[in-house]
Design a protein around this ligand. Structure first.
Ligand SMILES: Cc1cc2nc3c(=O)[nH]c(=O)nc-3n(C[C@H](O)[C@H](O)[C@H](O)COP(=O)(O)OP(=O)(O)OC[C@H]3O[C@@H](n4cnc5c(N)ncnc54)[C@H](O)[C@@H]3O)c2cc1C
Length: 432
């Protein structure tokens, strides 16, 4: 049913970014339609970290963390993969109190399902339920006419278009013709999920977690540069492994999230690791490991063109160093909610003006997260990284000594962010 008194938004892609934008706009009073090329049959089996900057919008939208099996993330231990000596042990049990929202890890499928529920929930007090069209591939967007074109030949005109078609975006360059191409980073990730009970059943394996504060553990070696990170999800029933390594021949050439990898490949990467770390692969079944290549794109100067905006990986694809990619995409949903409340259908001048504010808020913040993430755990030790950040962001940065991933100043910089307040302040600034 058409709701003609409401402005219309078309969103390309129903990943974390597209769904978050849909929820925000729905709550701002928009009639939202999401076009998703897949049929959601191959949802991804892996976990994701959602720090307070992401859990804050999710909480505000009523995300059910309990149902989603979200698990507390209150520590980050980095251990030498060679001899198991502690490199750094960050404990942040007070993070929820300090930043106003919890730090969690969650299975991707559970996050996605929770977001979908918030988008389509039939309760009209939350706005018009979002319509998600599956198997609907968008082949073009024309920002000047606010029109998107589907593969079946249909064209749809909107008041606003949000492009959230992910890292392999075909549409990024339609919105920002100066955007560079996607580039391989040379790094890939093996990932798999292990039933927690299998780890608990073996005291040697479980010793890495027994009595420890819930959170990440990372085993690392510098040469070869391998980082094996493990954290829990789905109500502590499943352990997520991610093994970041230099891409091996034949890996990551396909545009696939689920390209299979063997235990042998993983153990070759872990060859120099302590036997106790290698043994962590024992409870993993052959056939359960996937490999994904990590991509990057040079930072964009703008995410906006007229009444069309880029969000999520389509705007800022990055390495997972700071758990930032999905989280800042969720933030963008909160920003959209504030900036696009009270808009009259067809008021293109106001919509374009609000998108300019969106751009002013998102380009510095998202490019900061992306450049830091792509620079790795010691990014700020490289003066070139800071120079690149300064092209977009002029706020405070941690000193290089305190800048490692999840150290306190870095947590303050990346995770202490209230998207709603930031957008309200920016909007007020234009109305004073
Ligand atoms: C190994 C790894 C670990 C990560 N860990 C974290 C973490 O801990 N925390 C965190 O915040 N982030 C993390 N990230 C980043 C995070 O996963 C991404 O930033 C996030 O999933 C991007 O969401 P998206 O919606 O932009 O893109 P996607 O999830 O790729 O969604 C894009 C959607 O668009 C659809 N689509 C594509 N083209 C079209 C089209 N033409 N028409 C219609 N639909 C289309 C696709 O089918 C897809 O559903 C990690 C990333 C990786 C690779």
């Amino acid at each position: 049913m058409e709701h003609t008194n409401h402005p219309r938004a078309g969103i390309v892609g129903a990943g974390i970014a597209g769904l978050s934008a849909a929820i925000g706009l729905r709550r701002a009073g928009w009639q939202v339609e999401v076009f998703e090329k897949s049929t959601f049959k191959n949802e991804v089996g892996a976990a994701i970290t959602i720090p307070p900057n992401a859990t804050l919008p999710l909480s505000r939208w009523g995300f059910d963390f309990k149902k989603g099996g979200a698990v507390q993330n209150l520590s980050r231990r980095f251990v030498s993969g060679l001899d198991l000596k502690m490199i750094t042990n960050q404990q942040y049990p007070e993070i929820e109190e300090e930043f106003g929202s919890p730090s969690l890890t969650i299975h991707r499928v559970d996050l996605h399902q929770g977001l979908r529920k918030l988008a389509i929930d039939p309760d009209h007090t939350k706005g018009i339920p979002v319509k998600i069209r599956l198997g609907a591939k968008v082949v073009d967007v024309v920002p000047d006419t606010r029109t998107l074109y589907l593969e079946d030949g249909t064209s749809i005109e909107n008041d606003l278009i949000i492009v959230a078609d992910g890292s392999h975006s075909y549409l990024t360059q339609k919105v920002n013709p100066n955007a560079g191409s996607l580039e391989p980073t040379g790094r890939s990730v093996y990932r798999c999920l292990v039933p927690m009970q299998r780890l608990k059943d073996d005291p040697e394996l479980w010793s890495f977690w027994d009595g420890e504060t819930p959170g990440f553990i990372g085993f690392m070696t510098k040469d070869p540069h391998v980082l094996f990170v493990a954290y829990s999800c789905r109500g502590d029933e499943i352990m997520n492994y991610a093994i970041v390594h230099d891409t091996q021949k034949g890996e990551g050439e396909e545009d696939l999230w689920n390209a299979p990898a063997s235990k042998k490949q993983v153990l070759e990467e872990l060859a120099s690791f302590h036997p106790g770390v290698q043994k962590l692969m024992d409870p993993v079944d052959e056939g359960e490991i996937a490999v994904y290549h990590l991509w990057k794109r040079q930072p964009l100067e703008t995410f906006v063109n007229g009444s069309t905006a880029l969000v999520g990986d389509a705007a800022h694809v990055m390495l997972p160093t700071h758990a930032a990619g999905g989280s800042i995409a969720i933030e963008s949903g909160g920003i959209l909610q504030v900036l696009f409340s009270g808009i009259t259908p067809g008021d293109h001048a106001t919509i374009e003006q609000r998108l300019k504010i969106f751009d002013k808020l998102r380009v510095p913040r998202c490019n900061l997260a992306m450049i830091l993430s792509n620079g790795g755990p010691w990014a700020l030790h490289d003066p070139e990284v800071e120079k690149q950040i300064r092209r977009f962001y002029d706020g405070p940065l941690p000193s290089k000594e305190d800048s490692m991933t999840w150290e306190r100043p870095m947590r303050e910089l990346l995770f202490h962010y209230n998207a709603f307040e930031v957008a309200e302040k920016a909007l007020q600034g234009t109305q004073d």
